[in-house]
Design a protein around this ligand. Structure first.
Ligand code: SF4
Ligand code: MG
Length: 323
């Protein structure tokens, strides 16, 4: 069956400007040849350190940024081929939840207006129907209809993210890109919001692209997980397989830093040398090679292919050629 979302060889660069005239002096490759797909009803987690290109991937998928090259297909059709008007209509099916609900909610709008706006934009229902829909949205995210007349600052962080989620849900989308949706929240509130997202996914048959730097959050919510490093997808597998048996040295290092609840399980922390290099000047070959404990000569010159090692476990690493 066709995946709901298929992303192939996606590339996105940004110019680096310098000097008083803001001349282009270089370029950052934020997303470099990224390929993955998301099935209907599943959650694909994308994890990686800050600056690895995961947010840019999410935004480029929704065409909030135009990619340099590559393909984005939604329900088997190219999103990139759509004209402005068609894209505007397609946005009804494609919504986004942001990290900072406060920054993404207009402080001068009442909650009712915030939730009604997408319905007006997409010409969904008359005034009476929209009002009923706003109340329904508040109910499904666990807020009260009496909240409709309040402003964003009158809510707690967790409640504001519920409003952000309600807004994303308002047009009955099929795909939601959630970019660090719980990272700004207290740990005690995070699981409530994650559980809400999981409930809503079931109730409304949603598909999530869930972006986070937090390995435990991603583990909690995802069916499959992709790991990004310096703009590249380095590993992608079923959640349990990835966490139990990571194959890429970068994933192994990342996971070795996550504390395990069981004190009987001895885990050796893998300490990586150096910092993440600048995306304006990524290392040749495998971008991870200057920090990799298993680096070989080929890694410095040849970029490893992102290849299926069996059962949809994709890895970009030359070590895979040897086993
Ligand atoms: Fe390490 Fe080489 Fe694999 Fe890159 S390709 S992760 S440098 S072993
Ligand atoms: Mg980000």
């Amino acid at each position: 069956t066709t995946p709901l979302l298929k992303v192939s060889n996606l590339k996105k660069t940004f110019p680096v400007r310098g000097g008083i005239f803001g001349k282009k002096v270089g370029e950052i490759t934020a997303v470099d040849d990224v390929t993955f797909s998301v099935k209907k009803g599943e959650t694909l987690g994308i994890v990686g350190e800050s600056g690895c290109g995961k947010s840019t991937t999410g935004r480029t998928v929704l065409r909030l940024y135009e990619p340099d090259s590559g393909q984005v297909e939604f329900e088997g059709k190219s999103l990139l081929a759509l004209g402005d008007e068609e894209m505007r209509r397609a946005r009804k099916d494609l919504q986004m939840i942001f990290q900072d609900p406060f920054a993404s909610l207009n402080p001068r709008q009442k909650v009712a207006e915030i939730l009604e706006e997408p319905l007006i934009v997409h010409k969904m229902g008359d005034a009476k129907e929209r009002k009923a829909q706003v109340q329904e949205l508040l109910r499904v995210v666990g807020l009260d209809k009496s909240h409709a007349g309040r402003y964003p600052h009158q809510f707690s962080g967790g409640q504001r993210q519920r409003i952000g989620i309600a807004r994303a849900l308002s047009t009955r989308p099929k795909l939601i890109v959630a970019d660090e949706p719980v990272s700004a929240l207290d740990v005690s509130i995070q699981s409530q919001v994650l559980n809400l997202m999981a409930d809503l996914q079931e109730q409304f048959e949603l598909t999530y692209l869930f972006i986070s730097h937090d390995l435990s959050v991603v583990k909690h919510i995802s069916d499959r997980v992709g790991v990004m490093y310096l703009g590249r997808m380095v590993e992608l597998a079923d959640r349990d397989e990835l966490y139990r048996q990571p194959l890429h040295p970068y994933t192994q290092a990342l996971l070795s830093a996550v504390p395990v609840p069981d004190p009987e399980v001895k885990k050796e922390r893998i300490i990586l040398q150096g910092d993440v290099p600048s995306p304006a000047d990524p290392p040749k070959g495998c971008a991870f090679h200057p920090r990799c404990p298993h680096v070989m000569e080929i890694c410095k010159v040849e970029r490893p292919a992102f290849a299926d090692q069996g059962g949809g476990h994709f890895v970009a690493c030359h070590l895979m050629d040897r086993s």
